[in-house]
Design a protein around this ligand. Structure first.
Ligand code: NAP
Length: 282
């Protein structure tokens, strides 16, 4: 069987680093970082995420506040709430749970967040910096992929990496980050021809398409390293884009779902908040 990469173990290491950072600050009499997570309405998935963010943040010594707003709030008032958080010196990171209810202009609202507090790199300014190779917050899912690869000692320089999926939240930013690491990146999508051949010639395949068990034995070989980003619900079970049961015996390394990419994302959000705190103080 190929090596199964344990995302939870990697997250544990990063959590220890964050805990130590916050503890050292406290010992020197400095305050802890603080996140405010905004939820408009009562979407079930978002409530789950926000509760999980709170649990992880508090366990690491990070201050956390939920700002729960009624779906009826006007766009103007929502903007005012975000501006208040932008101006609040005790708040380092702002998370806006997406999607917003349909009545809101989501792009406009996202870009009200101060880029200095935009810890998931949603604003145009931070995304622009990311694509120009300038320092900014690395969005959590792409950051999770890079952390998994690097902390598993997988060399990226000069490697052929195929990214399947070109969404703004996963495929495009992770392709850019891999390019910054000197990988040779091929971005594939639903109109790509000869996908099986392209994948077979890759050293690393990042699959982020939302098609459960799509990546099967016809796409991989014994040298393939598979990073599975997919999280689709199938019969009440979270299922990845790779057919784990069929290919984990064939490939060199693979991330499981759950317990792979998704296991790091909230922790990396807190790590970005620590960075925001450093930036705010300097
Ligand atoms: P998305 O916005 O729906 O984009 C899907 C992408 O996959 C599109 O670029 C699409 O191509 C491509 N695609 C669809 N079918 C394909 C096929 N048969 N062959 C090749 N490409 C195909 O998806 P997303 O938001 O990036 O999310 C992808 C998956 O990752 C979902 O399961 C999502 O739940 C999961 N996810 C997980 C995490 C995590 O933390 N673990 C975070 C974010 C997302 P076109 O552009 O041509 O349409």
């Amino acid at each position: 069987m190929g090596k199964i990469i344990n995302g939870k173990e990697i997250a544990k290491d990063i959590k220890e680093e964050i805990k130590e950072y916050i503890l050292k600050r406290k010992e020197k009499g400095f305050r802890s970082p603080k996140i405010v997570s905004i939820l408009v309405g009562n979407d079930g998935g978002s409530i789950y995420y926000i509760n999980n963010q709170e649990k992880v943040a508090i366990s690491l010594g990070c201050n956390f506040e939920k700002l729960l707003l009624n779906e009826e709030i006007s766009e103007e008032d929502l903007i005012k709430e975000i501006e208040l958080l932008n101006d609040n010196k005790d708040v380092d990171g702002i998370i806006l749970q997406l999607p917003l209810p349909k009545s809101f202009n989501e792009k406009k609202i996202i870009n009200i967040i101060s880029p200095k507090k935009d810890i998931d790199c949603l604003t145009y300014i931070n995304q622009g910096k990311l694509y120009c190779g300038e320092k900014t917050f690395i969005p959590c899912t792409p950051n999770s992929i890079i952390n998994i690869l690097e902390r598993s000692n997988i060399e990226l320089e000069g490697k052929n990496v195929v990214v399947i999926g070109r969404s703004n939240i996963v495929g495009k930013p992770v392709s850019q980050l891999l390019l910054n690491k000197n990988s040779t990146v091929t971005i594939c999508h639903s109109k790509t021809r000869n996908l099986k051949e392209i994948c077979k010639s890759a050293d690393i395949i990042v699959v982020a398409i939302g098609k459960p068990k799509f990546l099967n034995e016809e796409y991989v070989n014994s040298n393939s390293i598979i990073i599975d980003v997919g999280t689709s619900a199938v019969n009440g079970k979270i299922t990845g884009d790779a057919d784990f049961d069929k290919i984990s015996d064939i490939v060199k390394m693979i991330t499981p779902v759950p317990g792979g990419v998704g296991a790091l994302t909230t922790t990396l959000l807190i790590k970005n908040t620590c960075e925001a705190l450093e930036n705010n103080e300097n």
